[in-house]
Design a protein around this ligand. Structure first.
Ligand SMILES: CCCCC/C=C\C/C=C\C=C\CC(=O)SCCNC(=O)CCNC(=O)[C@H](O)C(C)(C)COP(=O)(O)OP(=O)(O)OC[C@H]1O[C@@H](n2cnc3c(N)ncnc32)[C@H](O)[C@@H]1OP(=O)(O)O
Length: 290
């Protein structure tokens, strides 16, 4: 991931630290681990760029780095917003790494699912303004990342799609994926889309309200910066309290049922029938390629 931003040098172990200009003013930070880059310039707006080829799958390692990066930004008082995007052409994120859910131990599934929960709790509950610049396809967990942001701008290419397609894999979107979806598009659209496991091409996603606007791909980052400026023009405390008011019930529900949710996931994913569905899906992806 690639993360960039300005402000106090609070992170960057093993990476390049935030620099100090000769006058003692902070310059910019090029920090983050190997799977994303993060930069935080003077504006106080970080840009986080996923860079985990081939398709930015959310592996355990990726999710861990994502959560740590979010925590570092959250704790950096100079950082008020983050734009999340991808360095890969045509792909924002392919969602959860299916190989993490296939043929592994119960302990592994437990650790993996806790990392998925942690990422969502941090992103959906963030005090920062979060804008997703969706510059490619974004199925399932990728859609969850985008939906967890405050605002979604998508490249207007109809070949790019977004949605919670779990049902197509023979799995079920967990209740907090569903809650996040309902909060974005409303109950009826969420129900139909979830039951059908629909992946919506960008223009349809816009019509449904799953993304807030479409722009030509080359204008995506410029527009994300403009939206961010608009959201940051308000006092942080008022915006943050409002965000909390809107999201708290859904966040609290997972916090209250976290261990039960992990147990459900582990039991579900360990079933031979589910393992078979996931294996078949992976084979289908490989065949489609050849
Ligand atoms: C009742 C109780 C319920 C409790 C809860 C229980 C369960 C919930 C469980 C799970 C929830 C999961 C949510 C998810 O996120 S599942 C993941 C869903 N993702 C997808 O369906 C996307 C699949 N991928 C694609 O459609 C395409 O790859 C994509 C459009 C993203 C890109 O297409 P492109 O043609 O560019 O690239 P490919 O050739 O298809 O892929 C390259 C390479 O990458 C592999 N791959 C793709 N996606 C994934 C993935 N998500 N995980 C792992 N690997 C992936 C693909 O197989 C290729 O590999 P290789 O052939 O090069 O080896």
């Amino acid at each position: 991931m690639l993360l960039s931003g300005s402000g106090k040098p609070q992170f960057g172990e093993g990476n390049r630290e935030v620099g100090e200009a000769p006058l003692g003013r902070p310059v910019w930070a090029a920090v983050g681990g190997s799977l994303m880059s993060l930069c935080l310039p003077f504006t106080g707006v970080a840009t986080m760029k996923f860079k985990s080829p081939p398709v930015n799958s959310l592996s355990l390692e990726f999710l861990t780095e994502f959560s740590i990066s979010l925590e570092k930004l959250e704790n950096n008082r100079a950082c008020r917003g983050v734009i999340i995007t991808s360095t890969l052409p045509k792909i924002f994120s392919s969602g959860l790494d299916i190989t993490e859910m296939c043929g592994k131990s119960m302990e592994h599934y437990t650790e993996f699912w806790r990392a998925v929960q942690e990422m969502w709790l941090r992103l959906y509950g963030s005090n920062m303004v979060t804008v997703a610049a969706v510059n490619g396809s974004s199925p399932a967990g990728g859609c969850l990342v985008a939906m967890s942001c405050d605002y979604r701008i998508m490249a207007e290419n109809p070949k790019f799609s977004i949605g919670l397609n779990e049902a197509q894999l023979g799995i079920v979107a967990p209740f907090w994926f569903k809650d996040t979806f309902v909060n974005v598009v409303g109950h009826r659209i969420a129900e139909r889309s979830l039951q059908l496991g629909s992946l919506h091409p960008a223009p349809e996603a816009h019509k449904l309200g799953l993304v807030d606007e479409l722009v030509p791909e080359e204008k995506l980052m410029e527009r994300a910066a403009a939206v961010m400026a608009q959201w940051l023009a308000l006092p942080d405390h008022a915006r943050q309290l409002t965000k909390t008011m809107m999201r708290k019930a859904v966040l609290d529900r997972l916090v209250a049922h976290r261990e039960e949710d992990i147990k459900n996931f582990v039991t579900f994913v360990s079933k031979e029938s589910i393992q078979k569905s996931l294996r078949m899906y992976m084979e289908m992806l490989k065949k489609r390629k050849s």
